[in-house]
Design a protein around this ligand. Structure first.
Ligand code: F6R
Length: 255
């Protein structure tokens, strides 16, 4: 696990984009796992800039998103598909045939989840998976207590998560009750992981994930078991770590 601490959110975002761009230049048909949420927005902006100004080419890239709300159509402004379109897909040259976001409107959700896993396998597996982290240590919609071997499946959203999201909907009743999410096991199958976190509010979760015991109580702690995980942080998110990490990162030839 490589922990990289940058001075600011912008620097964190640029570093993360630099890692993705490096992988993409080495493998133009990269299989890229994507996340929604506020954390990767700066990285997406930087990737868009690299596409526009440096010709970073996404035409052969296949993407798989981590999760989606059940019951929201892709054109709903709170769906994760819509989020990805607004913040990344519409601004780079991805081939829409190679873009995958779990289908919140799937009629048979279990069958869809099996299909999604199969699709990832057929694409050759995810080369690099972008992750955020919840303040409670969740990754994707794998909340504390989720099986560390879990696969893509439907999950019931906790009351807290629904309440947190209520501000984006007209009423509490409209907040989805379920989501489709890659499992912790699905995420761990990716060849590389790129977990990003910024802000002091994530510091406790980051410390638990990076330095605590590996436990389903903090699903993100499983990254300690991954053979190639990057954890890119701003100073706030790194503020509770006790180890010195940049020493190893800065002396490394770009991996
Ligand atoms: C998003 C996702 C979530 C977020 C996490 C952090 O697809 O799966 O696990 O990564 O909730 O969210 P932000 O970045 O908004 O703090």
């Amino acid at each position: 696990m490589l922990v990289i601490v940058k001075d600011s959110y912008d620097e964190m975002s640029r570093e993360a984009a630099r890692i993705i761009a490096d992988r993409l230049r080495k493998k133009p048909d990269l299989v890229l796992g994507l996340a929604t949420g506020s954390t990767p927005l700066g990285m997406y902006k930087e990737l868009i800039r690299m596409h526009r100004e440096e010709g970073l080419d996404f035409s052969k890239v296949t993407t798989f998103n981590l999760d989606e709300y059940v019951g929201l159509p892709p054109d709903h402004d709170q769906s994760y598909y819509y989020f990805m379109k607004e913040n990344l897909f519409d601004h780079i040259n991805l081939d829409p045939r190679f873009v995958h976001v779990p289908q919140g409107m799937a009629k048979d959700v279990d069958a869809f989840c099996g299909w999604y896993e199969e699709r990832i396998r057929r694409a050759g597996g995810i080369d690099i998976q972008v992750l955020g982290i919840g303040a409670n240590g969740h990754i994707a919609f794998n909340e504390p207590g989720s099986s560390l071997g879990s696969r893509t499946r439907i999950k019931t959203l906790t009351g807290t998560t629904r309440q947190d999201n209520a501000r984006f909907f007209a009423s509490m009743e409209e907040v989805p009750k379920f989501a489709i999410t890659m499992g912790v096991g699905t995420i761990m199958d990716a060849k590389e992981l790129l977990l990003l976190a910024n802000k002091q509010s994530k510091a406790n979760a980051v410390r638990t994930a990076v330095e605590g015991p590996v436990t389903a109580s903090c699903p993100a702690s499983i990254i300690q078991m991954h053979r190639s995980a990057f954890v890119v942080l701003d100073k706030g998110a790194a503020s509770e770590l006790t180890g010195l990490y940049n020493d190893t990162w800065e002396s490394k030839i770009f991996p």
